[in-house]
Design a protein. Structure first.
Length: 322
């Protein structure tokens, strides 16, 4: 009888240990994967958030840059990491919603292999023209493009990139014939617009804002639902009669699927808490980004809608990756 009691006590202790270990999470440093090089938008957002998350979690949150394949390489590392709460990542619209719709063989399914934590930031995509452009409004640009089909060029940061897909939305919504010119970076795209090598283009707000403020580019509209505090005089696409042009870049936090509920909730609370911190929001605003911080359910629904939206644009226009 006594032996049975001892065995029962031992089994009870073994049952309690995993829960206690989970309650103690985290007990060591946590890896925060950035799928791009140092100094890029994702990296800046991650390094702004990491110290605040570390303060909440009580352990270091170490940013690790794993660049490659337009953000796919780093997200794949996160997707294939042990789901133990010690690895999570920041993924871009390109890696999470656009690449899975292209023909590049994305090695993960963002809806099956990743757990959504929260939307980190929304990055607006203004439509700009050179300051010397004769077009002062989007309506004038559309009228000019219709008067001379195939004459105007638009630039992008590559086939299947957000600037490319945003312009494809514009082309379809406005019924215009404009020619795509692909560049390898936002900097090259901005330079080509300044030189009037391309007559219009979308790009991330942080890339274009210095030129807009310097008076070397003119913003005609923004692809967000509301006007932007950085560009209060620039109308939205809805205001100019093109609500189908709905284009913003974004970066969201994701973790490996099947992570235990405790660590997953702790990471989510730390991330949302960081995004609600006034200093973090001020720093992100200074980068031309709109802070997120929604629930995992809301971010998951947003991700599904973005995959569907950009997949439709890609299929309708038969877009292939560079």
């Amino acid at each position: 009888m006594r032996l049975h009691a001892i065995l029962g006590a031992l089994l009870g202790a073994l049952t309690v240990l995993p829960a206690a270990a989970q309650d103690a999470y985290p007990t060591r440093a946590i890896r925060f994967i950035v799928p791009f090089g140092a100094g890029g938008p994702s990296d800046i957002v991650a390094r702004i958030m990491a110290p605040r998350m570390a303060a909440t979690l009580g352990q270091p949150v170490v940013v690790e840059n794993r660049a490659g394949a337009g953000g796919v390489t780093g997200v794949d590392v996160a997707a294939k990491s042990a789901p133990d709460g010690y690895t999570f990542a920041i993924g871009s619209a390109g890696a999470l919603a656009i690449s899975p719709n292209l023909d590049r063989g994305t090695p993960y399914d963002p809806l099956k292999d990743l757990a959504p934590l929260t939307l980190a930031v929304l990055v607006p995509e203004p439509l700009v023209v050179p300051i010397a452009s004769p077009y002062r409004t989007l309506q004038e640009l559309v009228a000019g493009a219709k008067a001379s089909p195939g004459k105007l060029n638009f630039g992008s940061t590559g086939s299947g990139s957000m600037p490319h897909l945003a312009a494809e939305q514009l082309r379809a919504a406005a019924g215009i014939d404009i020619v795509h010119i692909s560049y390898s970076s936002g900097g090259q795209l901005a330079t080509s617009i300044l030189r009037d090598e391309v007559q219009l283009g979308f790009a991330d707000l942080p890339v274009l804002l210095p030129q807009i403020r310097a008076g070397t580019m003119r913003a005609l509209a923004v692809g967000t639902r509301e006007r932007l505090s950085w560009l209060p005089d620039v109308p939205t696409m809805t205001e100019v009669g093109l609500p189908a042009v709905d284009a913003s870049n974004w970066h969201g936090l994701i973790a490996p699927i099947n992570m235990p509920a405790g660590p997953l909730a702790a990471l989510r609370r730390a991330a949302i808490g960081a995004l609600q911190d006034p200093d973090v929001r001020r720093l992100l605003d200074g980068q031309g980004a709109i802070p997120g911080g929604n629930s995992s359910e809301e971010f998951g629904a947003f991700l599904r809608s973005e995959i569907e939206k950009w997949g439709g644009v890609i299929r309708r226009n038969n877009i292939r990756a560079d």
